[in-house]
Design a protein around this ligand. Sequence first.
Ligand code: GLN
Length: 193
Amino acid sequence: MKIAVIAVQGAFREHIAALKSLGVEAYEAKWARDLEGADGVIIPGGESTAIGKLMREYDMLEPVRALARAGKPIYGTCAGMIVLAKRIEGEDTVHLGLMDVTVRRNSFGRQRESFEAEIDIPAIGAPPFPAVFIRAPHIVSVGEGVEVLATYEDRIVAVRQGNLLATSFHPELTDDYRLHQYFLNMAQAPVAH
Ligand code: GLN
């Protein structure tokens, strides 16, 4: 199994390290052709406007959409979640526009630009997950078919829609790789959406 990590901007190296430590082949996808034959895609945290713009310029949006249509799992963390969303509050430009959610950027306030919180994610079981939030977005509304996997202070911070997964926080910045494992399990048993 080969997982492409979008490597145009942001924290892609940490995702590659996480996947490799789980024994999976993971590589940097910098160009559209790098997406050919991928069994799954991760869109990292960083700056969603930059990631979206570069993916558009490098013609990477449509190949990722095609992989999603083929049932391959796609996981967006933080900025990656914004890139996946169908709606971004206050903005007209959407990027991949795949996931039926509305996201609000930088939604935890200035005083809390970056923090760690233990959150319950029943889909991966106990113990609580050490979630690292950095200028994080949250999900303000979800469409039908979107499963809420976790909330933090009444805000939705982790969701799944068929083969699409998104979290407001950065699991690649901890050494708890249960969400990466959850994503890999989606790759082994793809679900249509
Ligand atoms: N604030 C960033 C954005 O809106 C996301 C931050 C992150 O990925 N850590 O794109």
